[in-house]
Each structure stands twice: as structure tokens, then as C-alpha cells.
Design a protein around this ligand. Structure first.
Ligand SMILES: Cc1cc2nc3c(=O)[nH]c(=O)nc-3n(C[C@H](O)[C@H](O)[C@H](O)COP(=O)(O)O)c2cc1C
Length: 194
């Protein structure tokens, strides 16, 4: 194999495409939400997941205060809304989900709100966190997990059209790049509205 040098600032893109999730949180009756691509399982028992989140995000402040968040999987049909959620901040938008026409519903176990349109959801409680550099790794226990009929031990990809994210495109017009499992690509303009 003939390898070319990869800029350290682009190393994370070698991991893509990956499935993004939407992290939801509630503080004082206000619902926050942000897409996260750096979210991974960390342990079977106890069931733990990790979320790497930049401390400048409002969602980070809300998780820090409430120590709880939910994880929501949206399918490819919601690519535009996922991109838009990544453009606006809870610092300026009181109800981010409503701002992108998604619906917040009450969690099952007194947890943060879940997204009604999601194909699967997790209810999580924060255990510990580590500052890793630009991001903070939040380690959380999964208290509840629920999925649509398209998941039964495994996803049935004939029913579930997973959303994949492959990074931002910076040459020409800036955009988030999403892909479907069927290979369709969609660019959502990245214009930072906040
Ligand atoms: C597909 C996608 C994946 C993202 N993944 C992450 C991530 O893993 N960690 C992170 O800190 N920010 C990530 N972001 C950026 C935040 O979601 C974005 O800055 C968001 O607007 C923050 O909103 P908030 O200020 O309301 O928390 C991602 C954005 C997109 C569109």
C-alpha cells in the first residue's frame, strides 16, 4: 500500500463514516439537543457508553448540571434536521428540537426527553468524565434502552435506513456530509446560524 501523510487535524475522519446520534437533555423545563458522532459503547456490564463533547456546547453545560442525558438514533430521512441541530446552539434557541420540527416526548424512567421520531433511544446517567483535550469524555451508564421493530438483536437494514456521517466538506461551500446505507449522499449546508 502506498500511504500519503494525513494531517493530524483530519485523523478523526479516518474513522468515518459513522452513525451519529442526537443527545437530548433537560434543564429547568428546557430541552437541549445536539448531534454527536463521537459516542461509543464502553462496557457490557455495567452497560456504559462514552460521549466526547466540546465544553463550549450548551448541551455540555446542561449535562454537567443534570448528570443525565438521552441518546437518540434518527434515520437517513432526518439528515437535514441532524445537520440543522448541529448549526444552532441551545444558548440562543430555547427549544432546539421544535426549531427543527422534531418532537420531544417524556422519557420512560424519569429521564431526559426522547425524540419521538427516533428509531432507538437510550436513557443514561453520568458516572464520571475526563478532559481529553478539546473535548470531555463523559462516561455514562445506560438505564434504559428501547428500539423500533426494525431492531431485534440486530438492525434489520431492509427496514432501517441508517444515517451515516462522513465529516465536513471545507472546499467550496461548507457542508456536513451524510450518506445512507444505500449509498445516497446528502450535503447539508453549514452556515452556523448562531
Ligand atoms: C453530525 C454531527 C456530529 C457532531 N458530533 C459532535 C461530537 O461528537 N461532539 C461534539 O462536541 N460536537 C459534535 N457536533 C457539533 C455539535 O452538535 C454542534 O456544535 C451543536 O450545535 C452544539 O449545540 P449546543 O450548543 O446546543 O449544545 C456534531 C455536529 C454534527 C452535525
Amino acid at each position: 500500500m502506498n500511504w500519503n501523510h494525513v494531517d493530524p487535524a483530519k485523523v478523526h475522519r479516518l474513522f468515518y463514516p459513522q452513525v451519529p446520534v442526537i443527545v437530548t437533555v433537560e434543564r429547568k423545563g428546557r430541552v437541549g439537543a445536539m448531534p454527536a458522532i463521537w459516542c461509543i459503547p464502553l462496557s457490557f456490564k455495567p452497560p456504559l457508553i462514552g460521549l466526547a463533547i466540546a465544553p463550549e456546547h450548551e448541551t455540555y453545560n446542561m449535562i454537567l448540571e443534570t448528570q443525565a442525558f438521552a441518546v437518540n438514533w434518527l434515520d437517513y430521512s432526518h439528515a437535514d434536521q441532524v445537520g440543522e441541530l448541529g448549526e444552532i446552539s441551545g444558548k440562543e434557541y430555547a427549544e432546539k428540537l421544535a426549531a427543527v420540527a422534531l418532537t420531544a416526548v417524556k422519557g420512560m424512567e424519569n429521564s431526559p426527553p426522547l425524540i419521538q421520531e427516533a428509531s432507538a433511544v437510550l436513557e443514561c446517567r453520568t458516572r464520571e468524565s475526563y478532559r481529553t483535550g478539546t473535548h470531555e469524555l463523559i462516561i455514562a451508564e445506560v438505564l434504559g434502552a428501547y428500539a423500533a421493530d426494525s431492531f431485534s438483536d440486530y438492525w434489520d437494514f431492509s427496514q432501517y435506513n441508517a444515517l451515516l456521517y462522513s465529516g465536513t466538506l471545507t472546499n467550496g461551500k461548507k457542508s456536513w456530509i451524510f450518506m445512507s446505507l444505500q449509498g445516497t449522499t446528502k450535503r447539508v449546508p453549514l452556515e452556523h446560524k448562531t
